[in-house]
Design a protein around this ligand. Sequence first.
Ligand SMILES: Cc1cc2nc3c(=O)[nH]c(=O)nc-3n(C[C@H](O)[C@H](O)[C@H](O)COP(=O)(O)OP(=O)(O)OC[C@H]3O[C@@H](n4cnc5c(N)ncnc54)[C@H](O)[C@@H]3O)c2cc1C
Length: 806
Amino acid sequence: MKSQARVVIVGGGMMGVGLLYHLALEGWTDCILVEKGELTSGSTWHAAGQCPSFISSYTMAQIHHYSNTLYPRLEAMTGQATGWHGTGGIRFATNQIELDYFQRVMGIAANVGFRVQIISPEEIRRINPFVTTNGVLAGAWTLDDGYVDPASCCNAMASAAKNLGATIIKYNRVTGVTQLPSGEFEAVTEQGNIRCEHVVNAAGCYADRVSAWLGVQTTLANMKHQYVVTAPVKEFMERTEEIPVMRDPYASSYYRQEMKSGLIGIYEGRDTREAWVDIGGPKWDSSNELFEAELEPIMPWLERVMERMPILANVGIKRVVNGAISHTSDGNPLVGPAADVRNFWLCTGSSIGIAQGAGCGKYLAQWMVHGAADVNMLSVDPRRFGAFADQAYTAAKAHREYWDMYRLPPPGEEKPEGRPARISPLYEKLKSKGCIFTEGFGWERAKWFSLDGRVEDHSFRRNNIFEVIGAECRAVRERVGIFELPSFAKFDLTGKDVEVFLNRLTANRVSQQNDGIVLAHALTESGRISTEFTITRLASDHFYLLSGAYAYQRDLDLLRFSKRADEDVTVTDITNDYSILILAGPHARSVLSKLTSADLSNAAFRWLTGKEIDVAGIRVRALRVNYVGELGWELHVPMNRVVALYDAVWAAGEELGIADFGLYAMNSLRMEKAYAGWGAELTNEVTPIEAGLDRFVKLDKDFVGRAAVLKAKESGVAFKLVYVEVDAKNADVFGGEPVYAGEKVIGVATSGGYGHIVGKSLAFVYVNPGYDAPGAQLSIDILGERCTARVLAKPVYDPENLRLRA
Ligand SMILES: Cc1cc2nc3c(=O)[nH]c(=O)nc-3n(C[C@H](O)[C@H](O)[C@H](O)COP(=O)(O)OP(=O)(O)OC[C@H]3O[C@@H](n4cnc5c(N)ncnc54)[C@H](O)[C@@H]3O)c2cc1C
């Protein structure tokens, strides 16, 4: 056995093999996949093999679509059967929310390139003459998907990888991995040790134990999932065509043909079974393990399937498959770098891993080889979870994900499971004031305030809190608003080399002045956006860095890993030590002046400066910046003093009409100011040039990614971010909608919202070159309606930043 390789992948299921093949395709053939049993002997072999393309997330849809274009070709490529059945699928809608969801998927499909048609119940019955459609309003017919035989397909992909030069070693357990002082790894296997540059954990239900070797927390809930196969069905035997894979919220299940039998898989709802969560997972030495059939909990759902498909009712069950499946807290897989350990990667946690194996492998391979993937990986990055996502949290959330597998939840719906995980001391007070919270990186954050007790009627369309959000926006624009955001990632960087370090790490130049604030982007070597920092220089050797809640672990790793051995730079994580009160609006100065002797005048405290001052006797870091475009300060206050500060500010602001606001209002206000968002517009898919951040890029100095940015500037960009006004009627851009010039898709919307002050629907859109000129006329498909959109030259609200500088 080889004792040296570039990459060792632990685990030979669909995820590990998918990665091996795509690493080899990218030219990394010096990779060894080690599997403790036969390939697929974990969860892959027993899966039902469906590969759906009905996905409403742009990233996940691209992952699924890629698999669905590769699997049908694999047999011809390798000579090995995959059992691909391109039957397509039909998903039922039984209410308006689901119909709107269908329209969103139609939009995603137009962008990604797979076919979906919304069809009537009559049409459903024409395609599947055996199904009843009581209560069904419509079906989403996805024509380009189907199912595979998972073991054959995985083995075909393994052949393709081997043909390219990759190595697979079976019947060889990895028993430990250590990182050496050189940064390399030593993977200990039953057949000897392998030294390598990268280790990938693709161990499925065993992934938490593999991560534990390197001290990494990978919380998965391993659960049981069952499908049954019926005896042969006469009606299927009498025809040559196959029915599509049916997906049915009423029965919380999928059903299809398996040869001439029926195959029915159930995601039974809440409280019907003690779904299995066990950190021990399947035993180390288990292979091709299945559990005893547990028919009782799935019976009510099976009966519903029989109602829908009466031909399945009397044939009897031939086989029950009850297998292990790993679930994460949000239903997305864990694909990307593990926290804390450089060059340790995860490619696991997939509960739809047959469908996702090839796609995840493709984009993770890009990330590993090129430093960035071509799709936005934020929603699959393992570092979207932190220490708060312990086993209890993950189990609670993963159960909910399982129950909801066939529900199409409306946007904004809050799921209580595992919450609250992280709260500031102000939480109870805000709650008593009617705050509706939403979760971000475990933190409870104000979404909006229900002052009259109303409950949001969740919808893809403008709803019963539209006016409430408008009132919160007006309070900020006309008077003064206050909003606690404890969730920002916060780091203190100290040492004599910090300035040099940050100027190397980010494309902007840090402030030369001891109170200056700049916005700076760290890029990958390939020039793509990795993160966005707000950097305040507090002293010549002390900088305060802020970034998004979900960037916390990524940025902590980036800062630590980027420091050179001889550099005097200390990174201190103070995220949990400080909360942030955002005070914004024309009266912000008047309110704050009542509580501090610090000079808040423009001459003494300019926009884009920050300093430590006392407010109500509490030492705070006051930064004159905000994301809403008004005069204001962010008050960074020790966590244990946030209630006292909030009370003091509120009391001082009462006579000036102070009001609470939350994230919904903030989104509206930032859209009016055309502030792009990290994770939506600013992602690993784009360079700062494409994102229109040229003014934050200082090409006259050296920084990570500079050469690639220069190249992008010279050779022209693939797409360009534009800000548009949309003639939307009762629904605004959400993100993922296709953008058209005539009948041609020329772009994709990334985020949007209604600007309550300007009375306009606004959005950010990436378009192909040639469609970015101000005034260009485009159209955006919002929930099936083509809405005209115009490219704007500047923000619709205060384009000169007069209010920020006031
Ligand atoms: C009943 C059922 C039906 C399903 N149907 C579908 C479906 O229709 N469509 C779909 O997309 N998904 C389906 N799934 C889910 C799918 O099976 C999983 O998402 C997928 O198999 C996960 O693949 P994986 O590679 O991550 O894990 P696995 O297939 O479990 O692979 C992990 C591998 O790692 C190996 N390993 C672990 N530790 C070590 C070690 N220390 N050393 C060496 N090797 C190690 C294991 O032996 C195993 O082979 C279904 C699941 C169940 C239970």
